[in-house]
Design a protein around this ligand. Structure first.
Ligand code: SIN
Length: 416
């Protein structure tokens, strides 16, 4: 269920009250020494100099300082939950918290500076920890974004999301949102009521990016800690601020003080050039994910998957045999280098089919025997190029909505 909410001043006042009350129950903000009023006595005086009033730093004061830009591009913020919408049972600490608590309207209202760069609309898609986000929700979200981006007056979309599963949702959107307009996925590693929350500054950077003409044709992006990362490559490396990165490839630019600046652009297939049409898709084919390891014998599944992704740097003979047998039953097997950093040839781990060889060793006078029944060729394994196994699984799920042919799926892995 989704609905549109507009950000208004009464909401800001409410949020300022909520956050203020959470941060210091029953107290007013502690005075902050003003740089304009040093706390030393004036020369020749024994009395302490009167200190200037501390500058107001709360949301209401920040809002009063903002001059909204009535001509700014329109950006829709679609909220799904996560720590960016999280509050803590013990406010002001970095401890336990509940993800997905504040609404889309509340989290945007906590950043009045957004109005300088965008006319923000909000929509609540869900309000959950991202571990509860399912592939069916990916499909609904992508469909919704495909619809709203058809609006001529909308410059871009920001999706607020929990960081645990952010890279997966972002990559799904990268493959299935068929628009050249920017879609920016953003989250926070610290809850909104924690000390120094990173959500507000991340949201500001995300909205500035989604509103920027420079972000057109860059595909779906993850903006965290002022970095603009391609959704194809973004990864959560650790649970602290600065924890999102891309490995060897995929950082597109930064959000500087003057706004987003791009230095690179993705060149593989995505967005408008994507062939994946979700129009008639509501659920995605089941794809399992497993790892190979020394001494491994390969995994069998009771879930009847249509595809399996194996994270591996090289399989044991027993693993090879298991996955070969699985391929023979029609399951598409994709191998993905464990780090996600390798760039494979993409010819399939069995290599291209060997040319037929003529048996020249049979004696001329040998007795004709009944021909052995033909053995069906083993469908080739598909090799993921420079994708983590988690993302290879998503691409396989999406590819299987179009075809079960491993050669065609290899083509897809080579292009996206
Ligand atoms: C979540 O993924 O929903 C919780 C963790 C986070 O957002 O950082």
């Amino acid at each position: 269920m989704t609905h549109v909410i507009r950000v208004g001043r009464p909401t800001v006042a409410l949020l300022a009250f909520v956050i203020g009350a959470c941060a210091r129950p029953g107290t007013s903000p502690a005075p902050v020494p003003s740089p304009a009023a040093p706390a030393t006595a004036a020369p020749g005086s024994t009395a302490p100099a009167p200190s200037a009033p501390a500058p107001e730093t709360g949301v209401a004061a920040r809002q009063a300082a903002v001059v909204p830009n009535p001509n700014a591009p329109k950006v829709l913020v679609i909220a799904t939950g996560g720590t960016i919408a999280g509050v803590q049972n013990a406010p002001g600490t970095l401890g336990g918290y509940r993800a997905g608590t504040l609404t889309a309207e509340q989290i945007t209202a906590s950043v009045p500076e957004l109005a300088r760069y965008a006319r923000v609309e909000t929509e609540q898609f869900s309000n959950v920890a991202s571990t509860l986000v399912t592939p069916e929700m990916w499909v609904k979200l992508a469909k919704r974004i495909n619809v709203v981006l058809q609006r001529g007056d909308l410059a871009g979309v920001v999706v607020t999301h929990g960081t645990d599963r952010m890279e997966e949702t972002a990559f799904f959107l990268y493959l299935t949102v068929r628009s050249n307009k920017p879609v920016v996925v953003v989250g926070a590693q610290r809850p909104a009521t924690g000390i120094s929350p990173d959500g507000p500054i991340n949201l500001l950077s995300a909205v500035r990016t989604a509103a920027s003409p420079k972000a057109v044709h860059k595909g779906v992006m993850v903006v965290m800690d002022d970095r603009i990362l391609s959704a194809r490559e973004s990864r959560k490396l650790y649970q602290r601020t600065g924890g999102f990165d891309t490995g060897d490839m995929g950082m597109l630019g930064v959000v500087a003080s003057q706004g987003p600046e791009f230095f690179f652009a993705p060149v593989r297939r995505f967005g408008e050039r994507s062939e994946f049409d979700l129009e008639r898709v509501d659920t995605l084919p089941k794809v399992e994910l497993t790892m190979s390891y020394p001494g491994g014998t390969g995994q069998t599944f009771t879930t009847n998957p249509k595809g399996v992704v194996v994270a591996t740097t090289g399989m044991t003979a027993a693993e090879n045999a298991t996955y070969r047998a699985l391929r023979q039953t029609g399951v598409v097997v994709v191998t993905s280098f464990t780090s996600g950093e390798n760039v494979n040839g993409g010819g399939g781990s069995d290599g291209p089919p060997a040319p037929a060889r003529v048996d020249t060793t049979a004696p001329r006078d040998s007795v004709a025997r009944p021909a052995a029944p033909p053995v069906p060729p083993v469908p080739p394994a598909v090799v993921a190029q420079h994708l983590t196994a988690a993302k290879a699984r998503i691409l396989l799920m999406v590819a299987l909505t179009k075809t079960k042919n491993p050669r065609e799926i290899q083509r897809i892995f080579n292009e996206y």
